[in-house]
Ligand binder design. Structure first.
Ligand code: RP5
Length: 164
């Protein structure tokens, strides 16, 4: 199976991104985690993205905050899909990160999940890899069934408690 490359701009992003790691593990998807900054270590970002496909990655997840250019820089150097995770920030609540990620110029798209949406980034990466992996498709289908069962149980509980 192709691997997922999780790249984050700083170790301060790690706490949020642990949810991404945990979700990939739950789907038995191999991954690597890197800290590479579009601004502080741009040469490393270029090198990672240029080699990512040959290194066995199928998707790149790029978590960054503030002027969050990491996903865009990685996308510039690879044809692999790049999923951006905008980090919540103290000054602008993560809107700065979100807009930096989604407002890419035409030709170089970066997909984006919600602010601090690390879990969804893993699920989206899984869905991309599942296109060519029937066993992973089955695991995703089971996951969605679990989600539905959880909501149904909550629905039943709330109806039992409040309906006259
Ligand atoms: C971004 O700047 C990082 O992704 C992080 O979200 C933010 C702050 O980084 P630190 O100053 O905490 O290293 O590049």
């Amino acid at each position: 199976m192709k691997k997922v490359c999780i790249v984050m701009g700083s170790d301060s992003d790690l706490k949020v991104m642990e949810a991404c790691v945990n979700r990939l593990r739950s789907f038995e998807i191999p991954f690597e985690v890197r800290i590479i900054s579009a601004h502080r270590t741009p040469a490393a970002a270029e090198q990672l993205a240029k080699n990512a496909a040959a290194d066995g990655f199928g998707v790149i997840i790029a978590a960054a905050g503030k002027a969050a250019h990491l996903g865009g820089v990685l996308a510039a150097y690879t044809t692999l899909p790049v999923i951006g995770v905008p980090m919540g920030t103290s000054v602008m609540g993560g809107m700065d990160s979100l807009l930096s990620i989604v407002q890419m110029p035409k030709g170089i798209p970066v997909a984006s999940v919600a602010i601090d949406g690390a879990d969804n980034a893993a699920i989206l990466a899984a869905q991309i890899l599942a296109i060519s992996d029937p066993a992973l498709t089955d695991r995703l289908a089971a996951f969605k069934s679990e989600l539905a069962a959880e909501v149904s149980a909550k629905d039943e509980a709330v109806r039992a408690r409040f309906s006259d």
